[in-house]
Design a protein around this ligand. Structure first.
Ligand code: PMP
Length: 452
C-alpha cells in the first residue's frame, strides 16, 4: 500500500500498478532472486542487464564498505580527485580497446549519453565546424531517459511524450533482419541497413553531421542482433564522411557479448563509448564515456574548459565498486567463460527452442537471447506476427513470473540476458523453465482459438 501511495515507478502505468500491487523483491544470491512471499526466481535479465557478476559478491560489498568508511564522497570539480576514481580510470583504459585512454564519468547511462551529445558538438566547435550538430541514431534504439538520451533513442512511445526528440537528432531504420522478411540473405540485408546511414548523411548534408550512435546489439529494443556485415559497413561509411562513431555499450560492455565490449565482437572502432550497468554490475550507480584518441586530442589539447560535469562524476564509492567488479571479472575469467563456454552453450540450447511451434526465430549473442513468438509457423519457420492486441509477449511474461524465471517481453519478442556467472547446469534449468512457459502460452492461445 505504501508503494502504491508514494513510489512512482519508472516506465509504469501508476494507476494500473497500484490496482494490482508491485511484486516486492527482498533478497538475491548468485542468479536467483526471492520475493517477499518466499518465491525463488531465476533472474534471466541480470536485474536490468547489469548484475553481470551475479548477486552476493563479497568483494564488491567489501570495496563499497571500505570506501564508505574512508571517504564516502568528494568531488572532482575543484582540481581534486580521489584514489578510486583514478584507479578505475586507469583500469578502464586497460580493458577497453587501445584507442581509449581517457574517461569522463557520469552517474548513469542516460547521463553518459547526454555527455556524448555535449562532447561531440563541442569537438566540432573546437575544430571550427560548429554547423556539425546532427547526430544520427536508429528507430527502436534505447539510449536512456533524459532529454538527450530519450531523443537519441528511437522509441516512438517516448518521443510522443514531452516534445522529443530535441533538435538535431534524426533516426534511420534498425538492422532487424527478421522484421524485413526473407527476401534477401541476412548478410545482404546488413549492408542494405548500414547504407541507410549513408543515405541519411547525404540527405542531411555530410558537413552537418556530427556523429552516428548505436548499440552493438540493441538491448531494450528486443535484443536485435545485426548481421555480421552491418557494423563494418557502418564503420566504412563513418570513415568516408569523417563523422564520429559512438558505441553505446551500456548493455553490451563488460563481457555480455563474449568480448570485453560489443564493438570488439562486431569488429568496429568507435571514437566514443558509453558505459554504465556492467561497470559496477549494478551494485551502485555509475556510468561514463570512454573518449578515444581522436576526440581526446582535440578536447584536451585545444579545447580549454569543457563546461560540463556531474556532482557524481567519479564518485569514490561507485568507482571503488567498479574497480572491484572489473578485477572480479578478470579473476573469474568471465569474458572467456561467456565466449568459449556458456555463450556457445546457450546458442546450442536456444537452437533447440527454435523448433517450438511458437518460436519463429531464436537468436543469441554471447549471453543475450531473443525468441520471436509467431503465429502459424510455416515450412520456412518464419511465421506471422500475432495481432498486437493479443499481447502474446505479456502473456508469456506472466507465465515466466509465475513459473519462477524472469524474461522480458518486447512486443512478442521474449528476451534474456542472464548473469555472466551462470553455469551450464543453470542454463539447462533456465531453458527448461522457458520451454514450459512457451508451452503454457501456446496452450492459452489454443484454448482461445488464437493460433493457426
Ligand atoms: N543505453 C543503453 C543501451 C541502455 O540499455 C540503457 C538502459 N537500459 C541506457 C543507455 C540508459 O542507462 P540508465 O538507465 O543507466 O540511464
Amino acid at each position: 500500500a505504501a508503494d502504491a501511495a508514494h513510489f512512482l515507478h519508472p516506465f509504469t502505468d501508476h494507476q494500473g500498478l497500484a490496482a494490482k500491487g508491485a511484486r516486492i523483491i527482498t533478497r538475491a544470491d548468485g542468479i536467483y532472486l526471492w520475493d517477499n512471499d518466499g518465491h525463488r526466481i531465476l533472474d534471466a535479465m541480470s536485474g536490468l542487464w547489469c548484475v553481470n557478476v551475479g548477486y552476493g559478491q563479497r568483494a564488491l560489498v567489501d570495496a563499497a564498505t571500505k570506501q564508505l568508511q574512508t571517504l564516502p564522497f568528494y568531488n572532482a570539480f575543484f582540481q581534486t580527485a580521489t584514489p578510486p576514481a583514478i584507479e578505475l580510470a586507469e583500469l578502464l583504459a586497460e580493458v577497453t580497446p587501445p584507442q581509449f585512454q581517457r574517461v569522463f564519468f557520469s552517474g548513469s547511462g542516460s547521463e553518459g549519453n547526454d555527455t556524448v551529445v555535449r562532447m561531440v558538438r563541442r569537438y566540432w566547435d573546437i575544430l571550427g565546424q560548429p554547423q556539425r550538430q546532427v547526430i544520427i541514431s536508429r528507430h527502436n534504439a534505447y539510449h536512456g531517459s533524459t532529454m538527450a538520451g530519450a531523443s537519441l533513442g528511437g522509441m516512438a512511445g517516448m518521443h510522443a511524450q514531452g516534445g522529443l526528440p530535441i533538435p538535431g537528432i534524426v533516426h534511420i531504420g534498425q538492422p532487424h533482419a527478421w522484421e524485413r522478411g526473407a527476401a534477401m540473405s541476412k548478410e545482404e540485408f546488413g549492408v542494405v541497413a548500414a547504407r541507410w546511414l549513408e543515405a541519411k548523411i547525404l540527405e542531411v548534408g555530410a558537413d552537418q553531421v556530427a556523429a552516428f550512435i548505436g548499440e552493438p546489439v540493441q538491448g531494450a529494443g528486443g535484443v536485435i542482433i545485426p548481421p555480421a556485415s552491418y557494423w563494418p559497413e557502418i564503420q566504412r561509411i563513418c570513415d568516408r564522411h569523417g563523422i564520429l562513431l559512438v558505441s553505446d555499450e551500456v548493455i553490451c560492455g563488460f563481457g555480455r557479448t563474449g568480448a570485453w565490449f560489443g564493438c570488439e565482437t562486431f569488429g568496429f572502432r568507435p571514437d566514443l563509448m558509453t558505459f554504465a550497468k556492467g561497470v559496477t554490475s549494478g551494485y551502485v550507480p555509475l556510468g561514463g564515456v570512454m573518449v578515444g584518441d581522436r576526440v581526446a586530442r582535440v578536447l584536451v589539447e585545444q579545447g580549454g574548459e569543457f563546461a560540463h560535469g556531474y556532482t557524481y562524476s567519479g564518485h569514490p564509492v561507485a568507482c571503488a565498486v567498479g574497480v572491484a567488479n572489473i578485477r572480479l571479472i578478470q579473476q573469474l575469467d568471465l569474458v572467456r567463460h561467456v565466449h568459449d563456454d556458456v555463450g556457445p552453450y546457450l546458442a546450442e540450447r536456444y537452437a533447440e527452442l527454435a523448433t517450438h511451434p511458437l518460436v519463429g526465430e531464436a537468436e543469441t549473442c554471447g549471453l543475450m537471447g531473443a525468441l520471436q513468438l509467431v503465429d502459424g509457423k510455416s515450412g520456412d519457420g518464419h511465421g506471422r506476427a500475432f495481432d498486437p492486441a493479443l499481447e502474446v509477449g505479456m502473456l508469456c511474461r506472466g507465465h515466466c513470473f509465475r513459473e519462477g524465471v524472469i524474461m522480458r517481453a518486447v512486443g512478442d519478442r521474449m528476451i534474456i540476458a542472464p548473469p555472466l556467472v551462470i553455469t551450464r547446469a543453470q542454463i539447462d534449468e533456465m531453458v527448461a523453465l522457458i520451454r514450459r512457459c512457451l508451452d503454457l502460452t501456446l496452450a492459452d492461445l489454443q484454448a482461445r482459438g488464437c493460433v493457426h
